[in-house]
Design a protein around this ligand. Sequence first.
Ligand code: ZN
Length: 271
Amino acid sequence: MAIKKMVTKSLSKSASKSANKPASKTSSIQIAPRKMVTKKVSKDEPAGLPLSVVIRRRIEAQKARFHANDNISAFIQADELESLIDEVAEKMQAVLESLVIDTRSDHNTQNTSQRVAKMFIKEVFNGRYVVQPTLTKFPNISRLNELMIIGPITVRSACSHHLCPIMGRVWIGVLPSKDSALIGLSKYSRLTEWVMCRPQIQEEAVVELADMLEKKIKPIGVAIVMDADHFCMQWRGVKDRDSKMVNSVMRGAFLKDSNLRREFLSLLEKR
Ligand SMILES: [Zn+2]
């Protein structure tokens, strides 16, 4: 059943937009007392500073925000990521030492600091450090204005409170307008992955994804449902293996039209 009701676009702009905004308070620069990575700093930057401090200064100069769930790729050159991994690895090694782990004779932990640093920057938090995937947009030639549902998209993230994994699924509902730009189906997954690969809280992640899709597609409505296991409830804390968190964002037509919302949610239940 297609829903063709058009609703004017006076939409619900979420108040908690989490894009780069000036930080609300000045953050102090903490320089670890240990050996630091100083190599490969670009020529116009002051020498002798850890790369993270150099990057942080660039961000602060632009008064941009650099919370855990912000993308800071605009302030990092692609060839700096390897040096950033080295710096994180050195500090991760210090964490292992403070945990009193003998990484010299314990062969299992010998390269753990390097592995963890690489995993953070290249994999699980990569959505902070790389630019948004390019999205080819197609004009809506056949003037589709029927409900589309994409999902379930498997998502992996981490909570910004404990850096514990969040593993879940996301469904996206889009009601395009006749003038919407459409994006290929695989691009929904790539964009979702880019947003999720950052430390964050689930409520903010879905809002950020909805903001981004609204901006890109300019639909009449966007709906997102995320259903996830939070390892900070399972691995630690209450150790409740069955606890899940489900949350949703409804924008535009999905907010105003209860039939459309019901149709979207009922189609999810069938999956
Ligand atoms: Zn947590």
